[in-house]
Design a protein around this ligand. Structure first.
Ligand SMILES: O=c1ccn([C@@H]2O[C@H](COP(=O)(O)O)[C@@H](O)[C@H]2O)c(=O)[nH]1
Length: 248
């Protein structure tokens, strides 16, 4: 999955809507996220279909169950040929280790194991709701960092977090530990149900490895143009960031 391309969240509930939406993208090879809505309505067929069309897939099913169940489910998902899958870090270390084991068992010989990442705290969650509902003595950022460290200890490849936490996660864990960040908005005034948000440029400057973008593209008047603008902002800032680091 190429880092210079945003991951488009195809949150549709019909395969036909997906195909119609992708028409304007022509032959462009894309990073695509398939979430619960599309997978529950269209099943593995849509995954296979999009892989056959040469796209890279992040299958965002956020598994959260006992270790045995997650291991067996991951063993099945590994056979689909997707590039990335995920779990909720709140399922604990044993569950995350089992997820990884399941993926290793299920990956067909000669193929690469899908990357495994863990959701730390959903990007829709605010500091206020976190304090009220999770009764934690930590701050939201400390809790996110704590889950990221647990995911790293369990042998995962990275986490889902907001672009606002990518920098501290890289500083405290490692630059190589992936930060996959939804909560991307072109204007920070339009948030929908997200609370921890950033623009593509802010995400690149904050060190996100991947940005996940749904409604700003899927609901745009011209989705392909919007996608290109996001990709340009993201890629340009990534390059400039690398150059300014080289000059330090
Ligand atoms: O913490 C999380 C984890 C996953 N998501 C998913 O990302 C996209 C974001 O869509 P937008 O329309 O750009 O808000 C969506 O599919 C979520 O399920 C997330 O937002 N936050």
């Amino acid at each position: 999955m190429e880092k210079r391309k945003p991951i488009i969240a195809l949150d549709f509930n019909k395969a036909s809507e997906v195909h119609a939406f992708l028409t304007s993208f022509g032959d462009e090879k894309l990073n695509i996220k398939i979430g619960m809505e599309l997978f529950y309505s269209s099943g593995p067929d849509i995954v296979i279909d999009l892989i056959d069309s040469n796209h890279d897939i992040f299958l965002d099913l956020k598994l959260h169950d006992i270790p045995n169940t997650v291991q067996k489910a991951m063993k099945v998902l590994a056979q689909l040929g997707v590039g990335m899958v995920n779990v909720h870090a709140q399922g604990g270390r044993k569950m995350m280790e089992a997820a990884r084991e399941g993926l290793e068992q299920g990956t067909p010989p000669g193929q690469t194991r899908p990357r495994l990442i863990a959701v730390t705290q959903l990007t829709s969650l605010s500091e206020e709701a976190f304090k009220k509902e999770q009764k934690s003595f930590l701050s939201l950022e400390e809790s996110i960092l704590d889950y990221a460290k647990l995911a790293n200890t369990a042998g995962l490849d990275g986490v889902v977090c907001s672009p606002l936490e990518a920098k501290i996660i890289h500083e405290e864990i490692s630059e190589k530990f992936l930060t996959v960040t939804p909560g991307i908005r072109l204007e920070t005034k339009i948030t929908d149900d997200q609370t921890r948000i950033a623009t593509p440029k802010q995400a690149a400057l904050g060190g996100s490895d991947y940005i996940v973008v749904g409604r700003p593209i899927t609901k745009a008047e011209n989705p392909f143009e919007t996608y290109q603008k996001i990709q340009n902002d993201w890629e340009k800032t990534l390059k400039e960031g690398v150059q300014s680091n080289d000059n330090q």
